[in-house]
Design a protein around this ligand. Structure first.
Ligand SMILES: Nc1ncnc2c1ncn2[C@@H]1O[C@H](COP(=O)(O)OP(=O)(O)OP(=O)(O)O)[C@@H](O)[C@H]1O
Length: 339
């Protein structure tokens, strides 16, 4: 393992903001830490970087305990929100920053800067003023600066945070490709789940200073560990249910569940695609409370008479209008009984 956190703990005013976290990152792995605001993501990153001392536990890099090793000796590439570019230096001066710190000879610095600017898609930009760059270009310069000294581990804090959506979606694809090509090991933090799922080999979901779930994007998406993770991923059809064999007793009535589901009192997740609209007399009677256009489908919010709302994913042309009464049936293949 390139990086290991062992029971890493940080307390502020008696409150554990990082609470005994165990996390390992393998060489060439891209790990994205995801979680709501205040869950401890930045603190975790700062602890690995050596910017935040631990109150208990260890950070081990390449087999060496980092206690007492200052930030600039950890051979990490940092792209942090509060590490803005130097406005008085040009692009080349910014990218060369880490190289100057390492005493790299001038000629080599220039060569490496050229190489990095090509890599991040800004060829020939070395003499440009930082202030004259767009937000996306500045982000690329920051990335080039972090990568220039060939860090063992690249750490990104909300790497694409301030950029608009379409640019973010494009850059995230570029980053994934770039990291794959370079074999960079990455530990990134974001509150944007789309970004994390697009970028990561492994997603780590945090809650209140602890790891709620860790797994590949597919694993986490298909099987959220609990109601918190499911809701955080944007699933709203989450209820307590009593499961007996292949049926669950829920506030929405009897709902079919896949064979082999955990039994007893459980949390049930019904994906919107598993909420099928049928004739009014054939299923659970609901009123259409709202509809939101989602590009590939329409999210339809359904209000049953006496149960929590349900979200259904409907084909664009078949979505009912607000105020209509519909019947709802459930598709067990889109239902998950959480552990
Ligand atoms: N230096 C500090 N002193 C006191 N409390 C702090 C300090 N730094 C962070 N905290 C608190 O620790 C908690 C976790 O903060 P952290 O920045 O790690 O969360 P986060 O998940 O990165 O949130 P965000 O997504 O908003 O950046 C927050 O409640 C924050 O207020």
């Amino acid at each position: 393992m390139l990086l290991e956190l062992e029971r890493a703990t940080v307390r502020f005013g008696g409150r554990a903001v990082l609470d005994g976290v165990d996390l390992a990152v393998a060489e060439h792995e891209v790990v994205c830490v995801l979680g709501p605001s205040g869950s401890g993501k930045s603190t975790l990153l700062r602890a690995v970087a050596g910017l935040q001392p631990l109150d208990a536990g260890r950070v081990v890099l390449d087999g060496r305990d980092q206690a007492g090793v200052p930030a600039h000796r950890r051979e990490l590439g940092l792209m942090f929100q509060d590490h803005q570019l130097f406005p008085q230096r040009d692009v080349g001066g910014n990218v060369a920053f880490g190289l100057r710190m390492h005493g790299t000879p001038k000629r080599q610095q220039e060569e490496r800067v050229r190489e990095l600017l090509d890599l991040v898609g800004l060829p020939g930009a070395a003499r440009r003023a930082v202030a004259a760059l767009s937000g996306g270009e500045q982000q690329r310069v920051a990335l080039a600066r972090a990568l220039a000294p060939r860090p063992r581990l690249l750490m990104l804090d909300e790497p694409l945070g301030q950029l608009d959506r379409s640019l973010r979606e494009r850059l995230v694809v570029e980053l994934r490709e770039l990291f794959g090509r370079l074999g960079t090991t990455v530990l990134a933090v974001t509150h944007d789940q789309g970004e994390a799922f697009a970028l990561a080999d492994r997603v780590v979901v945090m809650r209140d200073g602890r790891i709620a779930q860790s797994g590949s994007p597919l694993e986490v998406w298909q099987r959220p560990a609990d109601a918190f993770v499911a809701r955080f991923l944007g699933f709203d059809n989450v209820v307590e249910a009593s499961v007996v064999e292949e049926a669950a007793d829920t506030p929405w009535g009897k709902v079919p569940v896949p064979a082999g589901s955990p039994q007893g009192t459980r949390t049930l997740l019904v994906r919107p695609a598993g909420v099928r609209l049928v004739g009014v007399d054939e299923g659970l009677r609901c009123t259409v409370a709202a509809r939101t256009f989602k590009g590939t489908h329409v999210a339809v919010h359904l209000q049953p008479e006496d149960a929590p709302r349900l979200e259904a994913a409907c084909a664009l042309r078949r979505a009912p209008e607000v105020g209509e009464t519909v019947g709802v049936a459930f598709d067990p293949s889109e239902i998950i009984v959480l552990h």
